[in-house]
Write a protein that binds this ligand. Structure first.
Ligand code: MN
Length: 608
């Protein structure tokens, strides 16, 4: 007679792996008046009726049982057997591992998936686990009781094996979890390695030419690819991205381009239905640097989202800001919390920031300058992230160039590209409309409004109407402000021959309305430049504790002047910066005379 075969059910096995007539090794789980409950593994339990119990047992005793019947409700009837000679054989889960990108073909079937837990969200019903494998991102719903966290032992970042039925809910695929276990260290390492290798490959950005020919862009390509790759990796691993950008037309164009690329990629790669909102946040910064106020807000949200919604800590992307000494206090905060930070900027960079960054794109690094604006860089990076959005965003660099008054050769090429749909005047108008609307949006990103202004909203007629209205309003406001302030301008000719114009934007302009002091000074400067053709012109718009500089034809280095003023004027509290010839300086109100006098002297010494 052959030996009896006693099967040992693997930890992943379900009812599907249990067969009537076969004999299994289990353990006694507990007793009832009518018999004993026997576990075949952690999740499969059957009943041995008291008439079928052969010997006395205690809880946890091993026991060999034969499956008499599996009822339609899943209950298993067992009988105890006591073979004297037997072989044991392991039963492993039949299901082979299904890649998450393939679960759409398995609706209604039970699948086994292995991957990393990228988010754990507790809803008022089930717990939703977002899981990432080498092929994509999926959601798995586990339910024990409404609003109660299922599988509390499974944490963000764990590598798990989970089985469950693939369902379709509201057009979203979801796995209804039947079982989920954290893999042991060895298996987890194997799966993680597989995922990492595949992700590294999938995150590789597209190999495409830039929209325009540019030596500076080509020289920046490796760093741009690196930023694009990190963005793609964040999306593929469901890591939230916080995009901080300067709240002007150039910064908005840079950020909106990346937003188009990233949100499309998020939608494509699966995940939650509203993932494009909580995995991507765009926030305008008033200052052209990452202020403490901004980082504090970002950190506050990130920690709360992590605690409440089981989200990963975000990656921070700074655009049109982030590359100067002024960013360092905030970057120190990001380092303490381990937030990876990347910068795409065209402000004159300070080397000191680089130790805090995982990537930094800046034309100054390769001999370019601020003329290659953040909006141009951002659009090209967005294309590397997701080439599918190329056509939608190709006009954004021309708008960015208009906003930042770029004089780089690339601007003309981007203008050519935007024509005939967008003339240079259209680009100028859209840039103004962005500045005007952002003033009223204040700290909000106005995601959908900005899309309409940039004609990314899919309604060109409304785009045109809206931009026309905003431009009309903005120009009226500017006209009014400039009319009021012009009679109050004081002028002098400096030793180097530069015409200096000074306006008190605090006393002679309306406050807290559009245009703000910087814009007012810029508009006045443009008018003065037109009135003095060919002459070097510097315009200073000052308030009680700040001065805004605009210049033409004077070789200034504003960041250096700020450093000198800071050192020379003791008790002046001088800080600030900006581009080489456009910028703003802050100081303490009581030292205004001293700071302005010294500043004017420096401007008067600058070469023409
Ligand atoms: Mn800019």
């Amino acid at each position: 007679m052959e030996d009896t075969i006693v099967y040992r059910l693997g930890a992943n096995c379900n009812l599907e792996e249990v067969e009537e007539g076969k004999t299994y090794l289990g353990w006694v789980q507990g007793f009832a008046p009518f018999g004993a409950f026997v576990q075949l593994n952690d999740r499969i339990k059957g009943l041995v009726h008291k008439s079928n119990v052969k010997v006395q047992h205690s809880e946890r005793d091993p026991i060999i049982v034969r499956v008499i019947q599996i009822r339609s409700n899943g209950n298993i009837d067992l009988e105890e057997v006591t073979p004297t000679v037997y072989q044991t054989r392991n039963v492993t889960k039949k299901t082979t591992i299904v890649r998450i990108s393939d679960i759409g073909k398995k609706i209604g079937r039970t699948v086994l998936v292995e991957g990393e837990i990228a988010q754990v969200k507790q809803t008022s019903g089930p717990t939703i686990f977002t899981i990432v494998d080498e092929s994509g991102t999926g959601n798995a719903a586990a339910f024990i009781e409404a609003g109660v966290r299922a599988y509390p032992e499974i944490d963000l970042g764990d590598i798990v094996g989970l089985t469950g039925e693939v369902m379709q809910r509201n057009n979203q695929l979801q796995i209804e979890v039947a079982s989920m276990t954290a893999l042991d260290a060895e298996d987890a390492a194997r799966v993680r390695e597989r995922i990492d290798a595949a992700l590294d490959e999938r995150a590789e950005p597209a190999d495409i030419p830039f929209l325009v020919e540019s030596d500076v862009l080509e020289a920046l390509r490796p760093q741009m690819r690196q930023v694009a790759k990190e963005i793609r990796k964040a999306v593929l691993t469901a890591r939230p991205i916080v995009l901080r950008h300067h709240a002007d037309a150039d910064g908005i164009c840079a950020a909106a381009a990346v937003e188009q690329a990233v949100t499309a990629l998020i939608r494509e790669s699966g995940g939650d239905f509203d993932a494009e909102y909580f995995l991507f946040k765009r926030s305008p910064s008033k200052a052209p640097f990452y202020e403490i106020e901004d980082v504090t807000r970002d950190l506050d949200f990130a920690l709360k989202d992590n605690a409440r919604y089981g989200q990963k800590m975000p990656m921070i992307l700074l655009m049109d800001n982030g590359s100067t000494d002024e960013d360092i206090p905030s970057l120190k905060v990001t380092r303490i919390y381990g937030l990876p930070v990347m910068v795409v900027d065209h402000h004159h960079p300070d080397e000191s920031v680089d130790e805090y960054l995982i990537a930094h794109v800046n034309p100054y690094h390769v001999g370019g300058d601020y003329g290659l604006t953040a909006g141009m860089l951002g659009t090209e990076i967005a294309r590397l992230v997701n080439p599918a959005v190329s056509d939608q965003i190709r006009h954004l660099p021309a708008i960015a160039g208009a906003g930042d008054r770029s004089e780089a050769p690339e601007r003309a090429l981007y203008l050519e590209l935007a024509a005939p749909e967008y003339s240079p005047d259209d680009c100028q108008d859209i840039a103004l409309a962005l500045d005007y609307e952002q003033f009223w949006l204040r700290f909000s990103d106005g995601r959908e409004i900005v899309k309409d202004i940039l004609n990314l909203g899919g309604d060109p007629a409304r785009h045109e109407q809206f931009v026309n209205l905003l431009v009309e309003e903005a120009n009226r406001a500017i006209e009014e402000q400039v009319e009021v302030i012009m009679p109050h301008i004081k002028s002098q000719v400096l030793p180097n021959g530069a015409h200096l114009f000074m306006l008190d934007v605090e006393l002679f302009a309306h406050r807290f309305t559009f245009p703000p002091p910087g814009k007012t000074s810029g508009e006045v400067h443009d008018r003065l430049v037109r009135e003095h053709p060919g002459a070097p012109v510097v315009t200073l718009g000052f308030g009680p504790d700040f001065v805004v500089l605009r210049s033409r034809g004077v070789m200034m280095n504003i960041p250096r002047m700020v450093r000198e003023l800071h050192a020379e004027i003791v008790g002046g509290g001088v800080s600030g910066g900006g581009h080489l010839v456009v910028g703003s300086i802050k100081f303490v109100e009581g030292m205004r005379e001293a700071v302005l006098d010294s500043l004017i002297q420096k401007i008067g010494e600058a070469p023409i």
